[in-house]
Design a binder for this molecule. Structure first.
Ligand SMILES: O=C(O)CCC(=O)C(=O)O
Ligand SMILES: [Fe+2]
Length: 257
C-alpha cells in the first residue's frame, strides 16, 4: 500500500526510514536501537521482586497497574526505564509519541518469556493511545500478526475459534531492536507470540521485516533452514495511558520518588 505512506509520514518523519514496507503503513522496525551493553544495563535494573507470574510468561508493570477504570494513578516512570541508554530521548528523536496525548510514555509493561512461552493473540485496547514502543532484550522474538476478521466458515460457531483468525505475517525482533506499532496497526490488528521452543519456516516470504534484519541474523536463520531455537526474551512495552488521575500524587503521596 505505497500510496498511504505520505499520509502516515507527516508527524513521524524520522520514523519513516524504518517503516516495514510490506505491512500496513504503521509498523516501524529499528534494528540495533540498543547495543548489547545497553541491553544488559537495563536488564540488570529490572527489580527481581516485582514479577507477577502468569501461566505462560511473567510480567511487571511500571509505575503501577491501571485501575479498574483503566486509569493510571499519576506517578513518574522509574528513571532507569527512561534514562538508561537515553531511551526516552531516543523516542523523542524518532518522534515515536509525537501524536499521543502526553507526547511521552507514562506506562511500561515488562514481559519475560522463557522458551516455550508466549502470549495469545490479542489487542492492547483503548486504555492506551494507539502507539506502543517495544524494546526486545537478550533474545530474539517473533510477533505473529493477525487480522481481527475471522476466516469464512460454513459453521458460524467455528468463526469464533482462535484458529480461524487470519495470520497476516510475522515480525522478527532482534535483541536490542525497537518495534513501533502506531494507528491502524494498533487498532485493527491482533498480535501474539506462539508458545514454542523453536520457530520454524522463518525466511523472506514469511517475515515482514526480513530485509531490515542484520546479515548475521539472516545468515543464522538460513543456516538453520528457517528454524531457530528460542532463548529467554524480555520485552519492554512503552505506552501512553490516556486517563491519568492526579489523586495518586496528591493523596497517596506517590510520585515523589
Ligand atoms: O512481548 C511483547 O512483545 C508483546 C507483549 C504484549 O503484547 C503485551 O504485553 O500486550
Ligand atoms: Fe499486546
Amino acid at each position: 500500500m505505497e500510496s498511504s505512506s505520505h499520509a502516515a509520514s507527516n508527524c513521524h518523519d524520522a520514523l519513516e526510514t524504518f517503516r516495514i514496507p510490506s505491512l500496513l503503513p504503521s509498523f516501524y522496525y529499528i534494528p540495533a536501537f540498543l547495543t548489547t551493553e545497553e541491553q544488559s544495563l537495563i536488564t540488570q535494573k529490572i527489580p527481581p521482586n516485582r514479577w507477577t507470574h502468569l501461566s505462560h510468561r511473567r510480567l511487571q508493570t511500571h509505575p503501577s497497574p491501571l485501575t479498574a477504570t483503566s486509569t493510571l494513578l499519576a506517578a513518574p516512570l522509574p528513571s532507569w526505564l527512561t534514562t538508561t541508554a537515553s531511551v526516552a530521548s531516543r523516542f523523542e528523536e524518532l518522534g515515536v509519541f509525537n501524536n499521543s496525548p502526553h507526547r511521552a510514555p507514562n506506562h511500561v509493561l515488562i514481559n519475560e518469556y522463557k522458551p516455550g512461552e508466549g502470549i495469545m493473540p490479542h489487542e492492547d485496547g483503548s486504555a492506551y493511545a494507539p502507539v506502543v514502543a517495544t524494546i526486545t532484550l537478550d533474545a530474539y522474538g517473533v510477533l505473529d500478526i493477525y487480522s481481527k476478521g475471522v476466516a469464512r466458515s460454513e459453521n458460524a460457531r467455528e468463526d469464533k475459534s482462535p484458529s480461524s483468525r487470519i495470520q497476516i505475517t510475522r515480525i522478527f525482533q532482534e535483541p536490542g531492536s525497537l518495534l513501533v506499532t502506531i494507528g491502524s496497526s494498533y487498532r485493527d490488528l491482533l498480535h501474539g507470540i506462539s508458545a514454542v521452543n523453536f520457530d520454524e519456516t522463518l525466511g523472506p516470504s514469511t517475515v515482514a521485516n526480513w530485509e531490515m534484519l542484520s546479515e548475521e541474523t539472516r545468515r543464522t536463520i538460513e543456516e538453520g533452514v528457517g528454524r531457530l531455537e528460542r532463548g529467554t526474551r524480555i520485552s519492554l512495552t512503552y505506552r501512553d495511558v490516556i486517563k491519568v488521575s492526579e489523586i495518586g500524587r496528591k493523596i497517596l503521596g506517590l510520585g515523589s520518588k
